[in-house]
Design a protein around this ligand. Structure first.
Ligand SMILES: Cc1cc2nc3c(=O)[nH]c(=O)nc-3n(C[C@H](O)[C@H](O)[C@H](O)COP(=O)(O)OP(=O)(O)OC[C@H]3O[C@@H](n4cnc5c(N)ncnc54)[C@H](O)[C@@H]3O)c2cc1C
Length: 527
């Protein structure tokens, strides 16, 4: 049986390589057409013409970088640039502690990035919980997938926490730096002059209209970003919503593990967010969820969802529904499609989003900040906006292998983990659960991808197709019938239809062969 599986694994790899090659050829052809026809700035309500002289005073005030938004990306970036001695102005709509249901589980790969940025102490004293892996549940069976942490320092693990507490820690750290200024205000538009962003217009808490100018504005205004429209081509997809609850006075079946239930119609997530609370996120496909106000949501959760919850937390789940603190959030995904613009840059969810099933958003944002910090380090100033813009094109390529692997995994896994009326898709779902349950390389590889500890694009494609081949092998063995062979062919075709569009949207060349992209080698502008 083991030898058969190894054969299937090798065959899967060969098929994956061939398919990857074909897709690459296709993408090279398509890319030429899809480049933005013109680099002109798209003016809308969120971009205003900057009057001559409007920005002189601020530039004299020496602000080098304006950061819009102090969420996960903005506050981590402010700390990082501030520590590197940059003069930073952060404008955040609300500086009080956020109370949100997003960004509550930081993968170990993200924690490694926090260490690289010197921000690991921001998960201390917030009752953060160590996360050591995942537990998968399907049809009464379960499988434990541990993060491959043995080669790392004992402190390295995932962390789960209240998002607001984590952000507040990073904000405090940024504000403690003498060269970082934090202001509460809502940025209403970017100021543009002859195609270059010169700064922002914002409204203070008291309603006063203000202007702030700097050679570089970094927009980190999150998933609902209005400001991104002139800086990228936002193709936002909302495949589902999360319905969130907090469970109290109970213990998860596998402490210190994220729990994923392969439920019907789509997955349910559970993880601790403090020593006494467990976050439950129930995925509801589509963009509409049952109404909370008329009680339809509560009855959906009690009748459809509760029977699929592990028995040990069933009562806590019902109590949480009855308590009524139910919140919802759309799950967005958006590939990065920037319009490189002098004087401005996008970061975090404003720039790039993926389905939150795998908890990869913060890891991507922190990884991007590491790339950006390293690109900024040789620069003395940011005043030559066109030259800086050209140089920063390398950012879009350098970030790709890590960001795209995490993004692709999230999109593909969401599709595979969701129930379907299609028999081939359900075979893939079963094969995926069983493949991950095999342990060894079959669980270590995928969990290393998910954790962000080894986000290698090739490993992702190989494991994805290995799952498909494993599924086909089970259908054909011991004796293939025409019906099962046909189902196997449909399974492979379905697997291709899941992963190839995601890879294409991410950019195959940048993801798999970044070194062949000319912008990879951009040198810093001479100052
Ligand atoms: C339901 C859900 C669950 C998720 N769970 C996880 C998870 O477990 N792990 C994980 O890694 N990722 C998760 N994510 C993704 C993660 O939350 C994001 O990737 C991350 O928060 C992105 O950080 P950000 O700084 O770009 O945005 P945010 O953290 O949302 O910050 C944006 C900031 O900008 C401010 N702002 C907005 N507009 C303006 C304006 N005009 N002027 C001034 N300020 C403004 C906001 O007040 C906010 O503080 C989840 C996402 C969703 C939807």
């Amino acid at each position: 049986m083991d030898m058969k599986m190894i054969d299937q694994f090798i065959l899967g790899g060969a098929i994956a390589s061939l398919l990857g090659f074909l897709l690459l050829c296709y993408t090279f052809q398509g890319k030429k057409k899809s480049n933005r026809a013109s680099m002109e700035m798209q003016r809308d309500d969120y971009v205003k013409n900057s009057q001559d002289g409007e920005c002189q005073q601020e530039i004299a005030g020496n602000t080098e970088i304006i950061i819009v938004g102090a969420g996960v990306a903005g506050s981590a970036l402010a700390c990082t640039l501030g520590k590197d001695g940059r003069q930073v102005l952060v404008i955040e709509r609300d500086l009080t502690e956020p109370d949100r249901i997003v960004g509550e589980l930081l993968q170990p790969g993200g924690y490694l990035k926090l260490i690289e940025l010197g921000l690991e102490d921001c998960v201390n004293e917030i009752d953060a919980q160590r996360v050591l892996g995942y537990a998968l549940f399907k049809d009464g069976r379960n499988a434990r997938l541990s993060y491959p942490l043995k080669d790392f320092h004992s402190d390295v693990a995932g962390r789960s926490f209240h998002n607001g507490r984590f952000i507040q820690k990073m904000r405090e750290k940024a504000a403690s730096l003498p060269n970082v200024r934090m202001e509460q205000g809502t940025v209403t538009s970017l100021l543009e002059q002859k195609g270059t962003i010169k700064g922002v217009q914002y409204k203070t808490k008291t309603g006063e209209e203000m202007t702030a100018c700097a050679p570089l504005t970094i927009v980190c205004d999150g998933c609902f970003s209005n400001l991104r429209r002139s800086l990228c081509n936002p193709k936002v997809d909302i495949p589902s919503c999360f319905v969130a609850l907090v469970l109290k006075n109970c213990q998860l079946p596998f402490p210190n593990h994220g729990h994923v239930i392969l439920a019907n119609p789509s997955p349910i997530l559970l993880y601790q967010i403090s020593s006494t609370e467990i976050r439950c996120l129930v995925d509801v496909p589509g963009q509409k969820v049952p109404s909370i106000s008329n009680g339809k949501m509560a009855s959906y959760l009690k009748n459809m969802v509760a029977p699929q919850i592990p028995v040990v937390i069933y009562h806590a789940f019902i109590s949480a529904v009855e308590e009524g603190n139910i919140r919802t959030m759309p799950n967005r995904s958006m590939p990065a499609a920037p319009y490189p613009t002098p004087g401005a840059l996008l970061l975090g969810d404003a720039f790039n989003m993926r389905h939150p099933l795998t908890g990869g958003g913060m890891t991507v944002a922190l990884s991007d900040i590491v790339v950006l910090r390293d690109l900024f380090r040789p620069l003395h100033d940011f005043n030559d906006a066109p030259a800086l813009c050209k140089y920063l094109e390398s950012f879009y390529t350098l970030r790709k292998p890590v960001a795209s692997t995490i993004n692709t995994l999230a999109g593909a896994l969401y599709k595979v983990f969701s129930a379907s009326s299609d028999e081939a898709r359900n075979e893939m779902r079963k094969a995926c659960f069983d493949y991950l349950s095999l342990g060894g390389i079959f669980s270590n590889g995928p969990i290393a991808l998910l954790s962000g500890l080894n986000p290698q694009p090739l490993s992702l494609v190989l494991h994805f197709f290995a799952v498909a081949i494993y599924g086909v092998g089970r259908l054909l063995l011991p004796f293939p019938s025409p019906k099962r062979a046909w189902l196997g062919a449909r399974l492979i075709s379905d697997a291709c239809s899941i992963i190839f569009p995601i890879l294409k949207a991410e950019g195959v060349r940048q993801m798999f062969f970044p070194a062949t992209v000319p912008s990879y080698y951009r040198a810093p502008p001479a100052s």
